[in-house]
Each structure stands twice: as C-alpha cells, then as structure tokens.
Ligand binder design. Sequence first.
Ligand code: LR7
Ligand code: MN
Length: 583
Amino acid sequence: FLVLILLIFLLPMLLEQLESHDKDHTRNSLRESNLVKKSLDGAELKEHPGKTEHGPISYLKVGTLGNYEPYINPKVGPGEEGEPVVLSQEERGEADRSVREYGFNMVASDKISMTRNIPDTRLDECRYWQYPAKLPTASVILVFHNEGWSTLVRTVHSVVNMSPPQLLHEVVMVDDFSDKEHLKGKLDAYMKKHFPKIVKIFRNSERLGLIGTRTLGAKYATGDVIVFLDAHCECNRNWLPPLLARIAYDRTIMTVPTIDGIDWNNFQYRPVYQGQHHFRGIFEWGFLYKESQVPQRELNRHQHHSEPYRAPTHAGGLFAINREYFFELGAYDPGLLIWGGENFELSFKIWQCGGSIEWVPCSRVGHVYRNHMPYGFGKVNPKIPIILVNYMRVVEVWLDDEFKEYFYTREPTIKGYDIGDITKQLQFKREHKCKSFKWFMENVAYEVFDKFPAPPPNVAWGEIRDTSGSQCWDTRGQHPGAGPVGLSGCHHYGGNQLLRLNVKGQLAVGERCLELIGNKIKVAVCQVDPTGHWSHDKESGIIEHTQMGQCIGKGSEAYSLDLVRCDRHDKKQKWTFVEIRSW
Ligand code: LR7
Ligand code: MN
C-alpha cells in the first residue's frame, strides 16, 4: 500500500524527468532568441498532476523547460489569487492608523497568507522560453527601514518560493537602523526558524538611507549576481531565470523585471499592463522618473514580443546586476544621500561606460506602491530637498554642459549649491573613457526629446510676490485641470510657489505649466511644443496673457487671482519675481 502511495507521488516527477530529457535538445543558445517554436500547449504546462496538500508548492518543474513553474495549489483565503482584501467596519480605525504609520494598510496585509498565490501576469509567450539550466547564482538583497511585518516577511517567502533553489544563493536583509520592535529579535527568530540557511540579516548602526544600505548589502552578498528588491514585493512565476539569463550572456547587462502594482489599501495584485505595448524608463529635465512606450526603433531590434528590450533607465528599486560588475562601476556614488536619483546615477554610468540596461517582460514582480512616504530623510539642509542635491551630483558628473543647463533651468534654486566632492566620480568617467551624455541621448534615450524638449531659458523665476511682499502665487498642489491657482502666504521653500517664466512665454511650476482655463489660471500639462502666452513687465509688474490681452490681478475673493483689464498702475496687478536660494 505504501509503495502504491509513493508511486502515485513520484510518478509525475518521473514523467517530468523523462519529458525533460526529451526536450533538452530544443534548448538553444542564448545568443539567438530562444523561443521554442515547437508548439507546447499552454494548458499542458499549467496542468500539473500530483496535487498535494503540503503547502503551496508540491513539486518544482525545474530544468524541463528551463522555465521554473512551481506547481501552486489553489488556495482560498483573503487576498488569494491577488484579490483585494475586504475589511470590516470595526477594522477601519486600526487600518487607517497603520496606513499613517507604514504608508500601507497593514491590517489588510496581515490577513493575507505569507505564501498567497498571485495571478500569473506574464505574456503567454513567456511560458515557452527556454532558459539555460546553468545560470549564475543570485543574492537577493532587501534593505529596509521601519517596514511593516507581514509585507516584509511575505517578500522573503515569495523570493524563496518563486526562485529555483539552485539559483538562489541567499537572501541578504539589511536593516537600515529601524526602531520598530518587530524588526529586531522577532525577525531574527522567524528567519532562523523558517529559512535558517538562506536568509542572512545585517544591521546598520546608523541610518544610511536606502542608497548606502544597498551598497553595503552588495558587499555582504556572495552570489554571482545581486538582485535588489524593495522590502514589500511579491515575485511572480519564473521571475528569476529571465533576469539571470541575460547577465549570463553578457555580464554588463543590468536587468529589470516588469513591475506589477500591489494596492496599498487592499493588496490587490494588478498587472501594470497587459498585451500590446511595452514601456520603458525615461526622465524629464527635472529628473522626475517617467515611463513611456518603447519606441519603434528599439522594437525593430526584436523578433519576439516578450524579448528583453533596452531601456535608458529604471524606477530604482528592482533590478539584477553582476556583483563584481557593480563594484567595478564603483557601486552607487557614496555622496548620494538617503533616497532618490540613484537610479539615474547607476543608469547613466552603466550606459555611458559600456554596459546596458534591459527590461525583461517575462520577469514579473509586484511592488506595493505606498500611499505616502512614512519616513523622514533627516536634515542635511532643511531648506533643500535631499533629492535635488542627489540629482545635482548626478547632473554634474554625467551630463554634458548643454544638458546641465536644462536641469538648472528646470530646477534653478539648486544652481551653485555645494554638493561636495565629485572628483572620484569624474576620475572614474575619465579613466573608463565613458561616452558623452549626448551619445546617450542619441543612441539610448532618443525618445526623451520627443516628450520633453529642451526647456527654453528662464527670463524670470522665483516666488511671485504681491506689493506687500507677503502673498505669493501658489498652485496649492493642484493637479492638471483641477482647481485654480491662487495666493497664499509666502513660505520661501519653493515647491508650489516656485514659478518660472521662459523665453517662449511659458509659465511653469515644476514639470507643469500654468494655463488660462475659462478665466482662471490652472495647472496644466505643458505642451510639447514649448510656447506660451505669458509675459511679465519688470517695471510695472504686470503679468499679461498676451493672447487674451488681459492681465492677472488680485481677485475679488480673498487669495484668488482673476483675469482683469491690464492697468500698469494698478497695485493689484503689480507682481515681483523673487529668486530663492536659501542655503
Ligand atoms: O532610509 C531609508 N532606508 C531604507 O532602507 C529609506 C528606505 N529604505 C528602504 C525601504 O524600506 C524600501 O525597502 O529602501 C526601500 C525603498 O524605499 P521605498 O519603498 O520607500 O521607495 P519607493 O518605492 O517609494 O521608491 C522608488 O525610488 C526609490 C528612491 O530612488 C528607490 O529606488 C526605490 O527602490 C524605488 N522603488 C521602486 O523602484 C519600486 C517600483 C516603482 C516605483 C516608484
Ligand atoms: Mn517601495
């Protein structure tokens, strides 16, 4: 009887083995697109015999197709199959509190199994790719600062469950000086119990920020490839081999998975996109990260829709890179602080110094986008956002002079700021004979100018103050098309009160422009052809909408701005641009 039971259990695996020998010869070299032409019915792949009740994964389909397809038992429970979690009315209060503390709803997350199933969001094609059985090993690095318990722990489970064991060298967790109790002894004990061999925990003795902590994690790691993930991710089917395969082919390729969304409130797992169009990472001239459809010029290089494609940059958090290559590049610039801009630094460095970045459609990982950022950055100079300082370091090292100006036109307040020593970075660039930013723009990021043309030089910028000097134009954080721009007390911090008028007559705030809609000034998406209708007369102070032949004056209602008949002597129409450089 026992033998019979055993046989029932083992039979599928034996069959699998036979099948794998049979199909081995179809494995192509990596150099060519290695999609299996022989039709393998999708259903055949999905249908696994031998369901067991022993947890989510009953057996692993490794080596057969070179496509790691863990058999996943269907489960029922909150959040299973990536469905949204529904909370009761009584749970709302605690849920809201957790959102304030973590930027996501931990009450919802806590209800979900650590090993929940998520939908396979890959393109159908992805199931037919062959990956070599021998690939470099991966150290998955998770840095974290005051993360919630279940989101962090679920990330670890999902990495371990969804990675072929022979390829997952270790999971390196680096605690960036968290002060939450659950991230101390409890975390150590949990990992020791569940993943005694594979998970290693390190702790910073001071807050280094995510950038410095990632570099440290890379130093602790001993696998061939380092794979960074945020500490609130869920890996999807066969996420790892496609990332490693390209690095195995060329160690100077950095690979980026396709990032699906996980809702911060109900933890629903949503594919970022499905079907026809691929997207890739670009930027505008203030270095806000953007994604846009992959241009035809890149698509022309490919045979198959699900092939990895080149991208100028990436969001920052989730990527794989050969560990030694990462250090040959000097890791991240150690002068970058806490958060932001590191994605551009690494991307420009890689591309300009001979490497490349590829986005991999067949590798999918879910990321919980926060509702808000729950942690502070500390104070370097309270008046200057750390991110701007980081951007400026990247700009000063990697951009050519003409492109640097685009950045300073867009972010005039930072120009001239002392960003510290960048001689090491510049020396690296020289010694490695890295290519110019112009080369990068022409050969890699060539669609950027179509979307974000060079910003015309500013004729005036700063706060726009009234005659009393205490009231300033303020977008009040309005989104395009929403409520009107008005006045509020001048705060001298820039942000929503920092306006720029350029030679083309555009009046801009950050990446947005101000347009007259009806008779109100509203925030709008800037036109790609950078022309506008605004002018400012320094002497009289009038701001005119030249097309309408009318001016902007203090409105009838308090703190409002109205379109009025131009009068050079009207105090209500007298505006002064006051530049702010406050360090
Ligand atoms: O001081 C800190 N120390 C840390 O260790 C601050 C954060 N962290 C940890 C944190 O716990 C998390 O694990 O660093 C990781 C990233 O921080 P998040 O999740 O708060 O950042 P984010 O997802 O809002 O922001 C994106 O941009 C960052 C800064 O440039 C990083 O590159 C993030 O990794 C990046 N996230 C992604 O790319 C995920 C996908 C899409 C987006 C946006
Ligand atoms: Mn994140």
